[in-house]
Design a binder for this molecule. Structure first.
Ligand code: 3HC
Length: 702
């Protein structure tokens, strides 16, 4: 029996098996809901069918509503005619048979069924909040009834994916099959077993009861992380409605709360981020058939903070990894730091002690190059200076298997220059991790001119395999992430020259949505690092805009948290930044020496001075062909710098202001402040044509 092309009904004895086939993940794309309803009606009208199974073809059950359909005119079925409503009316039982993912509308459909079984690797969840909406297919009304209100609240507000064994314990699933079981056969057997059970167990008929205090407690607990956002709060309101209203009224309330969100800026930005994160994996100018190489035996050179974090990233994702350092002492210290980092996670409760030991056991300190010569991938993370890195690469080239790939965790150095000391420039790329490397999600893959497509594809895949979001960057000073951020970093200090204080700028950026202000971040990273880079750039470029206030702080030994003072002062053993009158005095004095008049700034001026400078640089990066897409730069800002996700990313945010307004402001600052604000040619062209940043056509990747 075949029906619509995306959903079909097959008969298996007395069981009607309804199969969704909408690759790649069975989202509820055009025709899918209608197809399911059609098949349900057919099966209910077929006297030879006693029960039904709902399942997905390919790699998943149903991954949720089709996110591409939101914000378009695509017709949605009204309440009363949706799949869940038809399931509720079904006189015959339906069993959801889950593999892969049952997310969002997928889990909502499963909860509309009378029974749910799954393979052990399946995951279920209601992740709608992550795209700025709430479960709008009854999820907020059924999950509290099925799993209890507290569990539902936690799952819906966090959006987390719950593994099948846990979902069984929570009462979301009725059965998890043994490893290796055939899902379809098991589901058909299950359906035969329950075919005659009456009355049918419907989730909607259960009660959702809770102590009303849990809702305010949840609002309080998310206040910091959910600031400026509406979706998490509407999620709470919808679950609250499940405890206060009859089912049908709760469904209507859910719909109202959903409608408030779906076309709001927050949801638009989060949808954009979702697709940008998938787009960034695509390398349009590489041959379509290029495959990443499999790797099994990674090594990290350098057991400093970065090297240690990189080794942890491999170990966290199941890789045995070798780590070496120039000295035994450095290696011992590095291993100690890794152990301490894991121990902190155990203390915080985010890692189990036995899991920590398993991860530690995967990190193998080794004495020298001889111990890593058979590794297939090496990530170098030694001191960030060309004269230190070059001998390491020359040595690696000499000892490693000629097929091994050699990656460098440089954050700015010329990868072509580094590759030139080897006889395998085709097997060299930059893999720029962000600090702390085991936490930050961004991996910037830097493309030297001679790197082979396979090397680049493998570097990108390596990042994904260790839980990162890999993004390709051209080999330009600072690559893409840091280069686009550099003007922001200068501008924030220049604002001080003109009358701002670090705490004022930090507050503006925290209110905007950053987890920390940029000056506090500077103190965390260490101000001496930036000073090094400025010296190098000033030596290379006589027009380089120096930052005398920042230089003065470093001169005074104020390196940030590590010295107890930087842009802020710190109490011993405490990371809380305290505004420091000494810094205010330094700012005043240096500005006076520079002859700069002090003025006051609005929050909007501060925000735009910082971010517009970076938008302009991002346009230069695109016009030079150092990035594939504006959205790749957004992904880098989201995952490298903590840009608030619900604002989409730097360029998406700038589009919200409008390319012409951005250009006009930059052009006016060009008049006022001189060359550092010269609008890029691409920005001018975009403004002339009123083309949004995210549709900018960059030059071919160079
Ligand atoms: N809608 C549209 N496209 C989707 C989609 C969805 N719900 N889920 C995945 N896709 C697309 C991706 O964009 C990607 O497309 P591409 O190949 O063209 O880039 C492709 O499917 C494969 O996705 P991934 O690369 O993400 O595959 P993974 O295997 O890494 O991950 C996944 C699979 C965990 C299902 C992940 O895709 C995911 O999290 N999807 C979104 C799930 C979600 O948010 N569901 C809720 C939707 S909203 C909803 O249901 C509202 C309802 O309550 C009314």
């Amino acid at each position: 029996m075949t029906d619509s092309p995306v959903v079909r009904l097959e008969k298996d004895g007395a069981v009607g098996v309804i199969i969704v086939n909408y690759p790649p993940v069975n989202a509820l794309g055009p025709g899918v809901a209608e197809g399911i309803i059609d098949c349900l009606n057919q099966a209910n009208n077929d006297a030879s069918i006693k029960a039904m199974v709902l399942m997905g073809d390919g790699r998943s059950f149903i991954a949720g509503a089709d996110i591409r359909g939101f914000g378009t005119n695509r017709k949605r079925l009204p309440i009363g005619e949706r799949t869940y409503d038809v399931m509720d009316q079904s006189p015959k039982p339906i069993v959801a048979a889950i593999h892969g993912f049952a997310l969002g509308g997928g889990l909502e459909n499963a909860m509309g069924c009378h029974y749910r079984i799954a393979v052990p690797s399946a995951k279920v969840g209601l992740p709608e909040v992550l795209i700025g909406i709430l479960p709008g297919g009854g999820g907020t009304q059924r999950l509290p009834r099925l799993a209890g209100v507290q569990t539902a609240l936690e799952m819906i507000v966090s959006g987390r994916h719950v593994p099948a064994p846990e979902a069984l314990k929570l009462g979301i699933l009725d059965e998890v099959l043994p490893e290796g079981a055939n899902l379809r056969a098991a589901a058909v057997a299950y359906a035969n077993k329950i075919a005659d059970v009456r009355p049918l167990p419907r989730v909607r008929d259960r009660e959702a009861k809770a102590n009303p205090g849990i809702f305010d407690a949840m609002r309080k607990s998310i206040a910091r992380r959910a600031r400026n956002q509406k979706a998490p709060y509407n999620c709470i309101l919808a679950v609250e409605a499940a405890t206060a209203l009859p089912f049908e009224d709760g469904m209507r309330r859910e719909q109202e709360l959903f409608e408030e969100l779906v076309n709001a800026d927050e949801a638009k930005a989060l949808r954009y981020a979702f697709f940008a994160e998938r787009e960034v994996a695509k390398l349009p100018d590489l041959p379509a058939d290029v495959k990443p190489r499999d790797f099994t035996d990674p090594a990290v050179i350098g057991a400093g903070t970065m090297g240690g974090g990189i080794a942890m990233s491999f170990a966290d994702f199941g890789y045995d990894v070798k780590i070496m350092d120039a000295t035994q002492e450095g290696l011992d210290r590095g291993m100690e730091r890794i152990r301490n980092n894991y121990a902190t996670s155990v203390k915080r409760g985010s890692l189990a002690q036995d899991e920590m030991e398993r991860r530690m056991a995967r990190i193998h300190p080794v004495a020298g190059y001889d111990d890593i010569k058979d590794c297939d991938v090496v990530v170098e993370a030694v001191f960030e200076r060309m004269d230190v890195k070059k001998p390491v690469f020359a040595k690696l080239d000499e000892v490693m298997n000629p097929e091994a790939l050699l990656f460098s965790n440089t954050s700015a150095l010329d990868m072509d220059d580094l590759a030139s000391v080897t006889k395998r420039p085709d097997k060299i790329a930059g893999t720029h991790f962000f600090s702390p490397a085991n936490v930050m999600k961004l991996l910037e893959v830097v493309r030297p001119s001679k790197a082979s497509p396979e090397t680049l594809a493998t570097a990108m895949a390596m990042g994904r395999r260790i839980g990162k979001i890999s993004a390709m960057a051209g080999n330009t000073d600072g690559f893409v992430a840091n280069r686009s951020r550099a003007p922001f970093n200068s501008e924030m200090v220049i604002l001080l020259e003109e009358g701002c204080l670090p705490e004022q700028v930090d507050k503006v950026m925290i209110d905007f949505g950053y987890p920390m202000g940029p000056f506090a971040v500077g103190d965390l990273a260490g101000l001496d690092i930036g000073a090094e880079g400025r010296k190098r750039r000033a030596a290379a470029n006589p027009n380089y805009r120096t930052l005398p206030i920042a230089d003065k702080l470093v001169e005074l030994g104020r390196f940030g948290q590590k010295t107890g003072a930087g842009w802020y002062r710190y109490e011993k053993g405490d990371r809380t930044p305290h505004p420091d009158p000494e810094v205010a005095a330094i700012i005043k004095q240096v500005s006076a020496e520079m002859g700069i008049a002090q003025k006051t700034f609005t929050d909007t001026e501060i925000l735009r001075r910082l971010l517009f400078s970076s938008v302009n640089e991002a346009c230069r990066i695109l016009e030079e062909g150092k990035a594939y897409r504006a959205s790749d730069i957004d992904v880098m800002w989201l995952h490298g710098f903590g840009f608030p996700r619900y604002r989409g990313g730097l360029m998406f945010w700038a589009d919200g202001i409008g390319v012409r307004d951005v250009y006009n402001q930059i052009a006016s600052w060009h008049q006022q402040y001189g060359e550092r604000w010269a609008p890029s040619a691409l920005l001018r062209r975009l403004a002339e044509a009123n083309t949004p940043f995210r549709e900018a056509k960059p030059a071919p990747f160079a």
